[in-house]
Design a protein around this ligand. Structure first.
Ligand SMILES: [Zn+2]
Length: 361
């Protein structure tokens, strides 16, 4: 009915329906939050896209991710370093051996006029880092009861033959040479070099040292390596002319800021780790029993190494930087091992990894 008919019938105007709107504050609140979130995500996505577009074609994005990886590696290293500290304290007593039951020669690489390699500024020299590390390893070994022979304890220049003689004359059971490497490329990490004959005890020693250092925290594990950098058919002098198990520990790259930082931060722990690894090796070879007593009065000998070691002529490689032949050793017929015997040696990898003049030890 119309309004008029209603008025005639009821004598008044009809009540107008009042439309009430209920306001759902809760729903509005949630909607606003969702909207804000969506706007936030859109802004993020757009800014992300812009930065990707900006970095395309430039090296910024890769260096940024490399920096992120490095900082992650650093924090991981720090974490593992923290956990290893308690481990170190626990095992210190267990490592103690009978005094003088083991004789080890520690060789601080380079020295005197031979500074070794340097960092990018040229101010930080390998010879100083190797001496610092070697002296700390000596102190850690002596704490355990090991007799330590040092090739040098100050900034003195030494011939490779003198380093080997120091170990051979003292009838040392193991020889550990400390070095640091450097490269024009952004290499980083620790590697340990042994004779290319892959002598059992030498490989054991190198592996134990490397895994102990890895526990402390290193930027990269570059593995146990055989022979000579870029040429596995020749050996580093000190890995050829020492008669006992030997290895060269390359404690990170001086050309890597991260490696230098790790070296400075963890040098005490590295030294303790190396000392523990040396004693562990003595036990694994059976030279020491589990309680740290010597089982065999004879010097520990690296038998496989005798084949291409033990004389001046057979130490082909001079690992001094700036050698006449770009740091590569000469091959002597009949005394070198052919590369096919070294499964780990991959010449194509070497060509990529080690170009002449880019890596110094
Ligand atoms: Zn060196």
């Amino acid at each position: 009915m119309t309004e008029r008919e209603f008025e005639q019938l009821y004598g008044r105007k009809p009540y107008k329906k009042r439309v009430r709107y209920k306001i759902y504050w809760g729903r509005i609140f949630i909607a606003v939050i969702i909207l804000v979130l969506i706007i936030y995500l859109i802004v993020k996505a757009v800014s992300g896209l812009i930065s990707i577009i900006k970095n395309t074609g430039s090296s910024d994005s890769s260096s940024a991710s490399a920096a992120a990886a490095v900082s992650q590696a650093q924090s991981e290293d720090r974490d593992s370093a923290k956990s290893s500290k308690t481990k170190k304290q626990e095992s210190a007593a267990a490592d103690k051996i009978a005094d003088g039951a083991l004789t080890v020669c520690i060789d601080a690489g380079h020295g005197g006029y031979d500074a070794g390699t340097t960092d990018m500024t040229g101010l930080r020299q390998e010879k100083a880092d190797t001496l610092e590390a070697a002296l700390k390893i000596k102190a850690e070994l002596e704490k355990i009861g090991v007799t330590v022979v040092m090739t040098r304890e100050d900034d003195t220049a030494l011939e490779h033959s003198e380093r080997c003689a120091a170990a051979n004359d003292a009838k040392a059971d193991m020889f550990v040479s400390i070095h640091r490497s450097s490269s024009d490329r952004d290499y980083q990490g620790v590697e340990v070099w042994v004779n290319n004959a892959k002598p059992e005890y030498d490989v054991m020693l190198a592996g134990n040292i490397l895994s102990a250092l890895r526990e402390v925290g290193i930027s990269e594990d570059r593995g146990v390596q055989f022979g000579y950098v870029g040429n596995s058919s020749v050996n580093y002098y000190v890995n050829a002319d020492t008669v006992m198990p030997s290895c060269i520990v390359e404690l990170g790259f001086l050309s890597s800021d991260l490696d230098n930082e790790l070296f400075d931060e963890h040098i005490d722990e590295y030294a303790a780790a190396a000392a523990r690894a040396i004693v562990k090796t003595a036990k694994e070879t059976g030279l020491l029993d589990s309680s740290g007593k010597r089982t065999d009065p004879e010097q520990l000998i690296s038998k496989e190494k005798e084949i291409n070691g033990g004389s001046e002529d057979s130490s082909q490689a001079d690992e001094q930087q700036g050698d006449e032949n770009n740091g590569y050793g000469e091959q002597t017929d009949g005394e070198v091992y052919n590369t096919q015997e070294n499964e780990a040696y991959d010449p194509s990898q070497d060509a990529d990894y080690y170009t002449e003049d880019t890596l110094y030890y």
